[in-house]
Ligand binder design. Sequence first.
Ligand code: NAG
Ligand code: NAG
Ligand code: NAG
Length: 437
Amino acid sequence: MTLSYNYLLFCSLVLSVIISPCIAQTSFRPKALILPVTKDASTLQYLTQINQRTPLVPVKYTLDLGGQFLWVVCLEDYESSSFTSPPCHSAPCSLANAPFCWDCSDSQPRPGCNNNTCNLLPDNTINGISFNGPLSMDVASIQSTNGKNPGRVVSVPKLLFVCADRFHLTDLANGVRGMAGLGRNSISLPSLFSSAFSFPRKFAICLSSSTKANGAVFFGDGPYVMLPGVDVSTSLIHTPLILNPVSTATLLFRPRPSTDYFIGVKSVKINGHVVPLNTSLLSIDKNGVGGTKISTVHPYTVLESSIYEAFVKAFTKELANAPRVESVSPFGACFDSTRIGSTRVGPAVPQIDLVLQSSDVYWRIFGANSMVQVKSNVMCLGFVDGGVNPRTSIVIGGHQLEDNLLQFDLATSRLGFSSSLLFRRTTCSNFNFTSTA
Ligand SMILES: *[C@@H]1O[C@H](CO)[C@@H](O)[C@H](O)[C@H]1NC(C)=O
Ligand SMILES: *[C@@H]1O[C@H](CO)[C@@H](O)[C@H](O)[C@H]1NC(C)=O
Ligand SMILES: *[C@@H]1O[C@H](CO)[C@@H](O)[C@H](O)[C@H]1NC(C)=O
């Protein structure tokens, strides 16, 4: 204590002369942070864990790529001496763009129940139920990374989140206490971490296809190195991220753009042949309906009905050598897998291309990401029917994202994607999580 106090005193004395050595020696500034991501076998949700509160405890979350912010159950089991709720109209409330002030009617203040808080409307995006909870803050501790291994643990003294009640956890995986939103929002985790440590407003997800090995979320720029030494942040293909001007959240207090990440799919090809579809479904209309977004809360890509039908028809035609067999829910097109060969990038099936801003920019989906082995001898096309008039025509889901690196650049509003890392002889479960701190 005395030593560091003297050091600080020394620093403040010389501060006017030389600033940088004091800062360099008193604080470590990470270039990037890393969180492990697991896949829950029963719900197929992707989960992460953050150490929070005083004393620190690990808190589990369902990862929500397009989610607005972090929300967690506070109204019970929340023990922390560092919990606070910023008062309504304070700087954190305006950063959060919080729509209203709130008083808690209980007589006893506790985490999640205080007077004069500013409240937001979090979504449980798994069941589509929205609710109202106070903006709150508490300490969080997270591992930095040099891109190859986790390094020193750094702390965010006042990480913002929104408090929820226990029943908001309905349909989330066992043990989860909330959702971790990575969406386009000033208080989503990527925004908060980038501003806390002044690193680039970029983050990347790499989801593991295995329920037994960790994938990762990287906050900050690459390198992102997977064993055996493959920097997967290089050779990405880029496409603009599109802002949907109308919120896709369940409840809204005032008009807002969507926090979901949309991309401009212009057409879909199977084995190079364009699938005939109503292309007006692929653009976002003035009500925010239509278009293509990326989601980690949908286990499989969801297609609007007419797109789904045309897609299945075209795929089945191209996969002529494998007979169709009875469908296995939730899929609508299943095949005799004994008639399907295998390749380095999964089952040998027709390639699916999501064609983007021009015909030479496409997201190619290979067998490992298109097919799901549902039982021995049966493999299904891992896409599901989203019904008629869904809010979003194409929702690219988890199975199609696994073992692909996706980097989101919030400053330039651009997505970088790798296509299957299996081609590069690595996977998203190959990050070396041995700490070098
Ligand atoms: C909020 O303020 C009211 C009125 O002053 C008071 O009765 C109530 O106990 C307070 N609630 C909390 C949680 O502090
Ligand atoms: C194409 O989709 C748009 C938007 O849903 C719809 O208004 C239009 O009627 C559709 N066109 C055809 C030919 O089905
Ligand atoms: C993982 O990282 C640690 C620490 O740098 C290193 O000792 C170990 O050899 C690495 N593991 C592999 C498989 O390379």
